[in-house]
Design a protein. Structure first.
Length: 339
């Protein structure tokens, strides 16, 4: 019997589907052996209308739940876009929008809670607000923490945990900034999400990505797996032009340092598993969001072939660093058929 720690594999389902239909998303991930997914953009009915999961009607959410049950899938987290709006109502040359906070709470936040409850999700992924473009993020930590804390509290009232993802251009743009936000808020139901590709796409080297991981390690709840090859010809200006992100690669060949990071992370999985189960999650998730055919501000795409490449690449790294995982096997098939 293996003494290795075990993680749960998951993926953003819309990355896997050419037409974003719910059936295609579930079929591809089930065929790859996954049992968990995060919903983001989906065509529930197959009529060609793609919606973000938080914009689905009550009937559409119920239909999506039926489809995921049919394919033996469960939700990891709601892939929300929360926090991808301006912190301040001021013009900064960006195309990011501002929404008054009370309106945001009553609208986007409430719809996200409803989607989580309808799909039995215990986790929600979100972000840390855009500070004015060109400014340093540090002066905005306290103001952002106040608003994010209120969002986390709203989720906590429903037994839901909030995961704050590291991403360029936001206040939580690196591990140090996310750790500062998390420490200011000090909420039991708030964790951070590490994403190496969101750091290497800021022209960080593997060692720098590892350093940012260490800075936020005590606050990590789960990890997104995305990797990126740095373009040495791209002049770094302190922000990411997200429409130009075209260098995403599988986790075993990029510049995010996944082998080094996961080798360290394996030592922290047992304690983290206990914490995440206390929050209602099934365990510690590594979630694929590979963007192998492109990515941008609100999502990305890999296709059914690309998501397969991404899953196999991640499994090769996990095998190398002695972290166990489980894919569907014949016992699962027999159990589903009632044998």
């Amino acid at each position: 019997m293996s003494s290795n720690p075990t993680i749960i594999l998951s993926a953003f389902a819309d990355e896997a589907a050419n037409r974003k239909t719910a059936i295609e998303q579930m079929a591809v991930l089930a065929a790859l052996g996954l049992n968990y997914y995060s919903p983001r953009f989906v065509d529930v009915t197959g009529a060609g209308e793609v919606k973000h999961v938080v914009d689905l009607s009550t009937d559409e959410l119920a239909q999506l739940k039926d489809i995921q049950n049919e394919y033996g899938m469960k939700v990891t987290s709601i892939g929300s876009r929360l926090g991808k709006v301006k912190l301040l109502d001021q013009e900064d040359g960006s195309h990011n929008k501002y929404v008054p906070f009370e309106e945001y709470m009553a609208g986007e936040v409430q719809r996200t809670i409803e989607a989580a409850k309808a799909l039995d999700a215990k986790l929600i992924r979100g972000f840390s607000f855009y500070h004015p473009k060109g400014d340093a993020p540090e002066p905005y930590v306290d103001q952002a923490a106040e608003l994010i804390g209120k969002i986390a509290d709203a989720f906590g009232e429903h037994g839901i945990a909030y995961g704050l993802e590291v991403e360029a251009n936001l206040i939580g743009q690196n591990g140090r900034m996310l750790a500062a936000l998390s420490e200011r808020m000090n909420r039991d139901n708030l964790v951070c999400i590490y994403d190496g590709g969101n750091l290497s796409s800021q022209n960080m080297s593997p060692v720098e990505c590892y350093d940012e991981y260490v800075a936020m390690r005590d606050h990590i709840g789960w990890i997104h797996i995305k990797d990126y090859c740095i373009d040495p010809n791209l002049e770094w200006k302190g922000y990411v032009d997200e429409e130009r992100l075209k260098n995403f690669v599988p986790a075993n060949i990029g510049d995010s340092g996944h082998e080094m990071i996961l080798r360290d992370f394996r030592n922290h999985i047992p304690a983290l598993e206990a914490r995440m189960k206390k929050l209602g999650a099934a365990g510690v998730f590594l979630e694929l969001e590979p963007h192998l055919k492109g990515g941008g501000q609100f999502g990305g795409f890999s296709g059914p072939d690309g998501i397969g490449v991404a899953v196999r690449a991640l499994c090769s790294v996990l095998d190398y660093v002695n972290i166990d995982y489980k894919l569907r096997d014949m016992d699962d098939i027999k159990s589903a058929r009632g044998f």
